[in-house]
Design a protein around this ligand. Sequence first.
Ligand code: ATP
Ligand code: MG
Length: 264
Amino acid sequence: MRDRRLVLASGLIKEFDSFRAVDRVSFEIMRGECFGFLGPNGAGKTTLMRMIYCFFPPTRGVLEVFGMDVRKYSSQIKGRIGVMPQEDNLDIDLSVMENLTVYARYFGMKGKATLWKARELLNFVGLGDKERLNVQRLSGGMKRRLVLARSLINDPELIILDEPTTGLDPHSRKQVWDMIKEKQREGKTLILTTHYMEEAQYLCDRVAIMDSGRFVRIGSPRELMEEHGGSLEDVYLKLTGKRLISETGYALEERGNGSPIGNL
Ligand SMILES: Nc1ncnc2c1ncn2[C@@H]1O[C@H](COP(=O)(O)OP(=O)(O)OP(=O)(O)O)[C@@H](O)[C@H]1O
Ligand SMILES: [Mg+2]
């Protein structure tokens, strides 16, 4: 039987010089799960994702993806992951279609089958009629959807989406939600970040609420709402941003909710 656990992190740390961006986090993500990292700007969400998709290695601690150590097996892991980074890093000299086919070559994909796959994905994200356009002529929301299509080109088992709907209008956001739900139905595992709590509530089976590089809570949106009362946004506001409050001169409250879950 295949291991149900797709990602395992234990005591995971990432430091940039002496600054600790991710501070001793521990968690597991199961196959087929949609897992969200939530937290204020600078909390460490992107840094955590970047370690998972082998963009850079952890400073210390355990991190395994598909049962493989990210330090030793990064190329094998990368081949099975799709990534939608926070910033659109499309090639502005290329057309919509070329952005997909050139990217596909990183996975050793080429020829007719790749072209068909790219076309299918462009239709999936509603850009079927734009394949010949230079990407500079796409709107911000269209670029975001193209990056989503690109993240799926290698038919990944694990899809990592860093703020997939930031900057999208309500219709486009709804479309992206539908696409993510479709991938969930196909049994894919998803990790996403978002600053929209209703999005996290709608899409995520479990979320980790982060602040200053640490996990404050892990649980299903429903569990967290039952535990703390109110909406997921209320829970989020209660558990995060204490440092911001102190910086603005208001009284600094203690985190009054027991010991953090998820930190060693
Ligand atoms: N390459 C880097 N070198 C130095 N510091 C970095 C680097 N990448 C991130 N940081 C720092 O690490 C911290 C966490 O950054 P990160 O991008 O992970 O935050 P985030 O939770 O994704 O925030 P946002 O919601 O704004 O995207 C920040 O203080 C950031 O300045
Ligand atoms: Mg980020």
